[in-house]
Design a protein around this ligand. Structure first.
Ligand code: ADP
Length: 177
C-alpha cells in the first residue's frame, strides 16, 4: 500500500468490504459440528485465502479466522495419520469437545490452527483508518462487524482495487499529501 495515497474521510469500511449486496454471502465455518466432508467441499468450491469461524450461522458471532492452507494441511494430515478421521468426522474449533454419539467417527480438533483474535473493524470505520492499520500491522485481511455480528471481509487487494477505482473515477476523492 502506497503511503502517499490517502482515502477521503467519506469512504467507510462497508463501502470496500465483501460480499457486495449482490454477492453470495460470506463463506464461513461454524465452530462446531461441520463435517470433514463439508469443509472439504467449501475448500473445493471457493478459492478464498481464509475463512472466518463463527459460533453459528444464525448468530454470526466471530470466533476466529482460519487460513485455507492450514485447513487443507490439517485435514490431509488427519486423514492420513489420525486414527479413524473420515469424511463424516466432525470438526471442532471449540475448546470443549462434547462426547460424540456412539458409533460416530472420532472428531477432528482444529482450534490450534485458528487465529483467535483476527483484526476487526466496524462497518462505519473510516477507510483511511483501516488503511493505516493495514500498513502499520502488515495485515492481509481484516473482518468487518456490525453490533458484534460478522458482516464482511476486506483484503489488502480489495483496498488496492478500491484505490485504483477511485483514482480513475474521481481523482479528488483520494488526497495526495
Ligand atoms: P485477495 O483479495 O488477495 O484475492 P482472497 O482470495 O482471500 O484474497 O479473496 C478474494 C475476494 O473474496 C476478496 O474480494 C475478498 O474480500 C473476498 N473474500 C475473502 N475471503 C472470503 C470469504 N471467506 N467469503 C467471501 N468472500 C471472501
Amino acid at each position: 500500500l502506497e503511503p502517499k495515497e490517502e482515502f477521503s474521510h467519506k469512504t467507510l469500511a462497508m463501502d470496500v468490504m465483501r460480499p457486495r449486496r449482490s454477492d453470495p454471502p460470506l463463506s464461513v465455518i461454524t465452530q462446531d459440528g461441520m463435517s470433514v466432508e463439508e469443509v472439504e467441499s467449501l475448500i473445493a468450491e471457493t478459492s478464498y485465502s481464509g475463512f472466518p469461524v463463527v459460533v453459528s450461522h444464525e448468530s454470526q458471532r466471530l470466533v476466529g479466522f482460519v487460513q485455507r492452507r492450514d485447513l487443507v494441511i490439517s485435514i490431509e494430515n488427519a486423514r492420513q495419520r489420525q486414527e479413524g478421521v473420515v469424511s463424516a468426522s466432525r470438526i471442532f474449533f471449540t475448546e470443549y469437545i462434547p462426547p460424540q454419539p456412539p458409533n460416530s467417527p472420532p472428531p477432528l480438533k482444529l482450534r490450534g490452527i485458528m487465529d483467535l483474535s483476527p483484526f476487526t473493524v466496524t462497518d462505519h470505520t473510516a477507510m483511511d483508518i483501516v488503511v493505516d492499520i493495514f500498513r502499520k500491522l502488515g495485515l492481509r485481511q481484516c473482518l468487518v462487524t456490525h453490533n458484534g455480528r460478522l458482516l464482511g471481509i476486506i483484503t489488502k487487494k480489495d483496498i488496492l482495487k478500491h484505490m485504483a477505482q477511485m483514482a480513475n473515477r474521481d481523482p479528488d476523492s483520494i488526497l495526495f499529501n
